[in-house]
Ligand binder design. Sequence first.
Ligand SMILES: CC(C)C(=O)C(=O)O
Length: 462
Amino acid sequence: MINRAVRMNYHTNLLELEEHMYPLVDVQTPNVFHNLFPYTEVPKIAFNDRIVPHHMPDDIWITDTTFRDGQQSRAPYSTEQIVTIFDYLHKLGGPNGRIRQSEFFLYSKKDRDAVYKCLERGYKFPEVTSWIRASKKDFELVKDIGLKETGILVSCSDYHIFYKMKMTRREAMEHYLSVIRECLETGISPRCHLEDITRADIYGYVIPFCLELNKLMEEYSIPIKVRCCDTMGYGVNYPGAVIPRSIPGIIYGILTHAGIPSELIEFHGHNDFYKAVSNSTTAWLYGASGVNCSLFGIGERTGNTPLEAMVFEYAQIKGSLDGMDTRVITELAEYYEKEIGYKVPSTTPFVGSAFNVTRAGIHADGLLKNEEIYNIFDTDKFLGRPPQVAVSNTSGLAGIAHWINNHYRLSGESQVRKNSELVQMIKVWVDAQYEEGRVTVLTDEELISVIEESCRRLHITL
Ligand SMILES: CC(C)C(=O)C(=O)O
């Protein structure tokens, strides 16, 4: 059996080898990849057809940034709201910690109060973790509160290094490493947020930087996480696309050439090009254990990866929900609407009011014959939301029958059929509405009133 000293030696030698292969490229002028991001043109996706192998870790999970990136883009939540949402996240993630961590600001007293209250819950998952300004004082604060890990901003593209921080790559790297060392000295585990990684020089800066992190990990025996932040949503998952836009390429480099193990790699996506979900799943598939998400995708600009979407991505690629309670997603959407005053757009997958509503008559007819034809899965079982049919001029008899059965929860023999007298009577009324020039879908209240009136006239009850 290989003993630990020999293994460590082997690992160190490998790292030394990689270091020779990937030294920091300390350029004099920024490389902002204007060939890919010409700014006055739409960004380009280039291909070199290098294929990266899948490398999905056995254990993958979700982390949450609802209270950090999520809160950056909206009015702050009250302490009570944060604690309630945290309770929901705990229930949703289940006992196996599929929602592993949730990230909190520590800036104000209000932020810290929320952290104390969530910690008092005593949950194993989600673990409470923080986001701070990188200073010794803040590391001490993290430690005093009793947290094990904190996020630190280590922006890595030349856009940030040269234009925002006004530094060279070497200066930025040295500055970050000294801050990380300070954090390690406090005994806190740093989580390095590699901001703007999809516009960064992966082999000239990111890999050399991660190799340095690896050395610090060995020196302090404290894990250091690497969060790959696709800050502007430029990441793509197409096979053979070139880095820095290739998510498979970035994860492969960090895993294989910088030697950062999967459990310390996380992906944080943004949805500017509609790719946050598929990029996050891609990060899992190519070797990141964690994907960082926010509820309903609420986050900077177009938002982050929606957490609820990754719950269903997890179940699809793992074949199991692994203890996650998906019905909590509907409870959360209701809580946001009623208590926070935020209504998710109606067509939002899994949570919008119309996500499983069929409008066209011909489709409604199919749904009526067999629910599986026009519903993505048993949405009643997993989300407490049976498929619906909206009634409009195109619904037809089948659509009206389905609406009645659904609304009055009629099953088996009690269901109304599309050729019943009641349904035909309602159809005459519906058609008359649209002949008079109506253009909107009928409301539930209008339908209930006309159904009740028709039932009275036909001497039937539902
Ligand atoms: C500020 C950073 C860490 C971020 O959230 C991002 O890059 O999206």
